[in-house]
Design a protein around this ligand. Structure first.
Ligand SMILES: *Cc1c(COP(=O)(O)O)cnc(C)c1O
Length: 367
C-alpha cells in the first residue's frame, strides 16, 4: 500500500498526460510556452481571483510574496510554529524576523487568539515593525481567515495565505488561494494538486502585485526581457509541468470528492479510537493529509507498519524547535499546543485513488 499513490493517478490519466507532454515536445517552447498561460488562466478561474502567476515551487512563491510586500530587516512576520519549514524560512531569507504563533488544538491551524497576543508583544517591545501574517492551510484545511483578516486589518498587517496544502479547500464556498492580500500554493508531487517535479503559484486580486510578480520571477525584467528594472529571481514553471497540471486540474474536482469520501470513511470508523480531524461548519478541506492524534503514536504506527500500512509524522519538529531558529530562543512552554501536537500526530494514507477495501483494512487495524 502507498501513502500517496501517484502511480494509480498516472494510470488513470496516462493517455491524456502523455499526449499533453508530447504536444510540448512537438512545439518545443519549454520555457513559458502556451500551456503556462493556459494553466494560469484556469487556476485563476478555479480559485476565483483575478491573477494566478506560476513559478518554480511553493517556497519561491512565498519568497516572491516577501519581495512584493518589501519585507526586510527589522520587520516581524507572524506565522505558525506548527508548519513546514518553508513558511518560516522565506521570512528569515528576507532578513526579517519570523515570530511564531501557537496552534488551535482542534484545527491544527494558527490560533487567532495567540496571534493577537504575539502582535501586541512585538508592539510593546518596540524592536521590530509588525508587517505581515502568513497563515497556513495545514493538512488541507483553510485557516480561520474571517478572524485572522480582522486582526490583520486591526493592526495594519498584510495577510499571506500559504495554501501549499490547501488548494481545493474552501470556507463557505470561497476557495483557498483567495484569502488575504496574496496567496501561494505548491505543485510538489505529493500536494493535493501536484505536478511531476517542482512547481508553484501565487494568487492575488491586486493588479500591481501581479505586474510586479511577473517581473520578479524573470530577473526583474522590464517591458523587454533584457531591460532589467529591478533585482528579481529566476523562478518559472516549466511548460511540461504546466501541461501535466492542465490534465490534473481537469479531474481535480472529482478527485476532491474521492478525498472527502476517504476522510469521511476514516472519521466514521476511527473517531472512538483516536482524536480525528475537525471540519468546522462551512469549511471544506482538500485533505492533503488525514491526521490523527494519539498519545502512544509510536506503538500505533509500529502496528500499522507491521500490517503493511505506511504512516507519516507531519510534523515532528515545530519551527521553534528547529536548529536554524534556535537563536530566537523560544521554548516549548511558549507553544504548549503545537509542542504537544508535534509529539502526538501521525497521518494515514490519503489520496483520491484509495480503494474502499484498503480503507476497510486500515480501519480494522488498531481497533
Ligand atoms: C510544501 C509546502 C511549502 C513549499 O512548497 P515547495 O513546492 O516544496 O517549495 C510551503 N509551505 C507549506 C505549508 C508546504 O506544505
Amino acid at each position: 500500500m502507498q501513502f500517496i499513490d501517484l502511480a494509480a493517478q498516472y494510470e488513470h490519466l496516462k493517455t491524456r498526460i502523455d499526449s499533453r507532454i508530447q504536444t510540448v515536445l512537438d512545439h518545443g517552447c519549454y520555457i513559458m510556452g502556451p500551456e503556462v498561460e493556459e494553466l494560469e488562466s484556469q487556476l485563476a478561474d478555479y480559485v476565483g481571483v483575478k491573477h494566478a502567476i506560476t513559478c518554480a515551487n511553493g517556497t519561491d512563491a512565498l519568497q516572491l510574496c516577501m519581495m512584493v510586500l518589501d519585507i526586510k530587516e527589522g520587520d516581524a512576520v507572524f506565522c505558525p510554529t506548527f508548519t513546514f519549514f518553508a513558511t518560516a524560512e522565506v521570512v528569515a531569507f528576507a532578513n526579517a524576523t519570523p515570530v511564531f504563533v501557537d496552534s488551535d488544538v482542534q484545527t491544527f491551524n494558527i490560533c487567532p487568539v495567540d496571534l493577537e497576543k504575539r502582535i501586541l508583544e512585538v508592539i510593546s517591545e518596540g524592536k521590530l515593525i509588525p508587517r505581515a501574517i502568513i497563515a497556513v492551510d495545514l493538512f488541507g484545511l483553510p485557516a480561520n481567515y474571517p478572524e485572522i483578516q480582522k486582526i490583520a486589518d486591526k493592526y495594519g498587517l498584510k495577510l499571506i495565505e500559504d495554501a501549499a496544502q490547501g488548494f481545493g479547500g474552501a470556507i463557505n464556498g470561497q476557495r483557498a488561494g483567495s484569502f488575504g492580500d496574496i496567496a501561494t500554493t505548491s505543485f510538489f508531487p505529493a500536494k493535493p494538486l501536484g505536478c511531476y517535479g517542482d512547481g508553484g503559484a501565487i494568487f492575488t486580486n491586486n493588479d500591481d502585485y501581479a505586474t510586479l510578480l511577473k517581473s520578479l520571477r524573470v530577473h526583474g525584467k522590464g517591458s523587454d526581457k533584457y531591460d532589467n528594472v529591478r533585482i528579481g529571481i529566476n523562478s518559472r514553471l516549466d511548460t511540461i509541468q504546466a501541461a501535466v497540471l492542465l490534465e490534473k486540474l481537469a479531474v481535480f474536482p472529482q478527485e476532491l470528492v474521492h478525498r472527502n469520501r476517504a476522510a469521511s470513511f476514516y472519521s466514521t470508523r476511527l473517531s472512538d479510537r483516536f482524536v480525528t480531524p475537525i471540519l468546522p461548519a462551512g469549511y471544506t478541506s482538500s485533505w492533503a493529509q488525514y491526521t490523527l492524534i494519539d498519545d502512544k503514536r509510536e506503538a500505533v504506527m509500529a502496528e500499522y507498519k507491521s500490517k503493511g500500512v505506511p504512516t507519516m509524522i507531519y510534523y515532528g519538529t515545530c519551527m521553534h524547535q528547529q536548529t536554524a531558529f534556535s537563536h530566537l530562543n523560544y521554548s516549548d512552554a511558549d507553544f504548549p499546543i503545537a509542542s504537544l501536537l508535534a509529539k502526538q500526530v501521525f497521518s494515514l494514507p490519503m489520496h483520491p485513488y484509495i480503494t474502499e477495501t484498503s480503507l476497510e483494512s486500515i480501519c480494522l487495524i488498531s481497533k
